[in-house]
Write a protein that binds this ligand. Structure first.
Ligand SMILES: *[C@@H]1O[C@H](CO)[C@@H](O)[C@H](O)[C@H]1NC(C)=O
Ligand SMILES: *[C@@H]1O[C@H](CO)[C@@H](O)[C@H](O)[C@H]1NC(C)=O
Ligand SMILES: *[C@@H]1O[C@H](CO)[C@@H](O)[C@H](O)[C@H]1NC(C)=O
Ligand SMILES: *[C@@H]1O[C@H](CO)[C@@H](O)[C@H](O)[C@H]1NC(C)=O
Ligand SMILES: *[C@@H]1O[C@H](CO)[C@@H](O)[C@H](O)[C@H]1NC(C)=O
Ligand SMILES: *[C@@H]1O[C@H](CO)[C@@H](O)[C@H](O)[C@H]1NC(C)=O
Length: 263
């Protein structure tokens, strides 16, 4: 059975690559990898194989029942939804995501000879952008779910636009501060009490226009990397001000007051 399904996969791999779905998961979280059949069939005829990029068994549905024959990285981490089988839904849920889960997954619906490929993207955090106002402050998020790392070995490098040294978290904090770019001196704060939770977010204060851009946190030695884009806005946007003033005028008109208000 396995050999024949792999031949099938090889023969169709080129075609299938073009209909590849993408889903995003976050480290430590869970994700549903979708797979739907176009043809329905009797429960006892349902055979579905989920395989990873290395051909490892992620999940199998045999004769309409999910099985526990999973290769070690997926043991107790992947399950399907039996109540959905008759709708042709053979999606699986993968829990406790790690970096090594990233990559392509093949859903082979054997009974109807259908193949679907899903690409799983793994991120440290799902937050891609943060917004803040000039003069204000902002938290730039960065987390890892790898708690077994020894704190004293961890280094976190925060950079703006790929190169400017924003903040380094190391055990030699005073030395790290010397390499910080002038523009960020005295404006960054880390949260040492959060490190045990794998949280290496930093706070950036007294924001200016020059702070806009992409911020990258690189955690070593686990070699995790996350980017967040900081968007800087004027302290109050024009449309907000006008909106509030118009609302003010309307309120006043409705209540029949007869004073003059300034826009
Ligand atoms: C998934 O993570 C939870 C919480 O961290 C843990 O209790 C559970 O044992 C993990 N399950 C597997 C299969 O790794
Ligand atoms: C399949 O079932 C899962 C779990 O209930 C659900 O999240 C997903 O949306 C379903 N997919 C379709 C195409 O109905
Ligand atoms: C940062 O703060 C220190 C002490 O509070 C001060 O001596 C230094 O001039 C400040 N640096 C900048 C760039 O503001
Ligand atoms: C990390 O710590 C900061 C500061 O305490 C907090 O605002 C943020 O929510 C924390 N992030 C996570 C994922 O816990
Ligand atoms: C920077 O922000 C802090 C706290 O928000 C404030 O106390 C300080 O005066 C600000 N410094 C400058 C130079 O604006
Ligand atoms: C960083 O890049 C953004 C665009 O991505 C740009 O607007 C900003 O000026 C750059 N900042 C610096 C200091 O290079």
């Amino acid at each position: 059975m396995i050999i024949s399904s792999w031949c099938f996969i090889c023969a169709f791999a080129v075609l299938i690559d073009k209909v590849c779905l993408e889903v995003t998961g976050v480290i430590g979280g869970s994700v549903v990898l979708p797979c739907s059949a176009k043809h329905d069939c009797k429960p006892q005829d349902i055979y579905v194989h989920w395989r990873d990029k290395n051909g490892k068994i992620v999940h199998d549905v045999i004769k309409g029942s999910q099985t526990r024959t999973q290769n070690s990285p997926y043991k107790n981490r992947a399950e399907s939804f039996p109540a959905e089988y008759l709708k042709g839904n053979f999606s699986i849920k993968l829990i406790n995501l790690t970096h090594s889960d990233a990559g392509k997954y093949i859903c082979h619906i054997i009974h109807s000879s259908e193949l679907q490929i899903v690409e799983l993207i793994i991120k440290v955090s799902l937050q891609d952008t943060v917004e803040a106002v000039i003069g204000g402050s902002v938290i730039l998020p960065c987390s890892t779910a790898e708690h077994d790392l020894k704190l004293q070995n961890i280094n976190v490098h925060w950079r703006q636009n790929g190169s400017t040294n924003v903040h380094d978290i190391t055990k030699e904090q005073a030395i790290a501060a010397q390499d910080q770019h002038q523009r960020f001196k005295n404006r960054t704060e880390a949260f040492p009490e959060e490190y045990v939770r794998g949280n290496y977010s930093i706070k950036l204060n007294n924001l200016t226009h020059a702070d806009a851009g992409k911020y990258n946190c690189h955690i070593t030695p686990s070699n995790e990397q996350e980017t967040v884009e900081l968007i800087i806005k004027e302290s109050r946007s024009k449309s907000d001000t006008v909106g509030t003033s118009l609302l003010w005028v309307c309120t006043v008109l409705l209540t029949g007051a007869s004073c003059t208000y300034y826009l």
